[in-house]
Design a binder for this molecule. Sequence first.
Ligand code: ZN
Length: 190
Amino acid sequence: MKGTTDAAQDNDMPDDGNSCSEQYTLPPWRMNQIIVEVLSVLCEEDFCDAGFDYKQMVASQGIKIKRFSAFSPENIREFRKASLSLWTEGVCLVFPDVDTGATCRMIAYNDEHTAAEIMQIILHEFAHIRLRHTQQCINGELEASCFAVAMTLMIMLGRQLQLGRFLRRKEGKALFLQGIKSAMSQKEVV
Ligand SMILES: [Zn+2]
């Protein structure tokens, strides 16, 4: 459900078991799963509209977004140790609230970058939450970067190609997702 702190857990992404083998590439089926996850997240939004704000999309899932410059270097060092992300340009923290025990989610990013670079950082950190990563590992980094690139490209193309016209039609988003999923399940023709 949109707009709740548990939204990130409500997706139907198959759990890959959070295996953390030190592979340096992803299996093809996993890359396709990530693409479908990216499109599923985006189709909950009007991501082709000029007013679409990816930070709002992330925040609406109960995730706080902060800049590194709001914290001391000591804080940032501690965040990096506790982060789900190995990438030092951003951190992704999931922790229980000390008073209520509710799960808190926070992303912080190095704000010494351009807006387009910051988008990559935030979407990468967002991926660790959406893909339900539980620890720092190489595979997690590959998956998060794959997610961020796919999502950035989709947002840019969606706007450029005016894909919103199609998606705003009745059942447009459902047809779009179904079309992608069925294309991915085709057998190779030899
Ligand atoms: Zn990462």
